[in-house]
Design a binder for this molecule. Structure first.
Ligand SMILES: [Fe+2]
Ligand SMILES: [Fe+2]
Length: 178
């Protein structure tokens, strides 16, 4: 890696690491709610989403390690754990993904403003990932809203469209410890 990342980018990326770990905790909370409702496909979907968020944080940690930049491992705010129905966690998840997309775009903007093109390029994978996550969560929200009185319809949709063990993206940045 050539050159140091810009200080402004490093401090914003450290903030983003906290947001990604918070997203991990929130998705664990969603998964546990569905597990408690005996909806194993919804639970599994959110357990897997949680692991992806942890990976995002650890990819950012690895980038800072590789750049000899300061890394701070944050504490995170407590997630929401009580939900009124099967729709609420997905509504919350979509709002969270929209917020993260804005944060990721801002990070790419900071890198560009600082003429830190290495960091700007690092953010490109996350920009693409957020487009996919918003599409996935928007689709799931439509399904849970339509089938809120028949959660087995939701379970069948997830088993068909998002089976366990799918995925693995060879273009993804390397997570720390991965
Ligand atoms: Fe993420
Ligand atoms: Fe996400």
């Amino acid at each position: 890696m050539t050159g140091m990342p810009a200080d402004a980018f490093v401090s914003r990326l450290n903030e983003q690491i906290a947001h990604e770990f918070a997203a991990h905790q929130q998705y664990v909370a969603c998964a546990v709610f569905y597990d408690g409702e005996t909806l194993p496909q919804l639970a599994g979907f959110f357990y897997r989403q949680a692991l992806e968020e942890r990976d995002h944080a650890m990819m950012m940690v690895q980038y800072l390690l590789d750049s000899d930049a300061e890394v701070t491992i944050p504490g995170v705010a407590a997630p929401q754990t009580g939900f009124s129905d099967v729709v609420a966690p997905v509504t919350l998840a979509l709002a969270q993904e929209r917020r993260v997309s804005e944060q990721i775009n801002e990070l790419a903007g900071v890198a560009r403003d600082e003429r830190d093109f290495t960091s700007e390029q690092f953010m490109q994978w996350f920009i693409k990932e957020q487009v996919e996550e918003i599409a996935t969560m928007s689709d799931l929200l439509r399904v849970v809203e339509r089938s809120r009185d028949d959660p087995m319809e939701i379970e069948q949709y997830l088993a068909r469209e998002h089976p366990a063990g799918a995925g693995g993206d060879p273009t993804a940045p390397q997570p720390a410890g991965g």
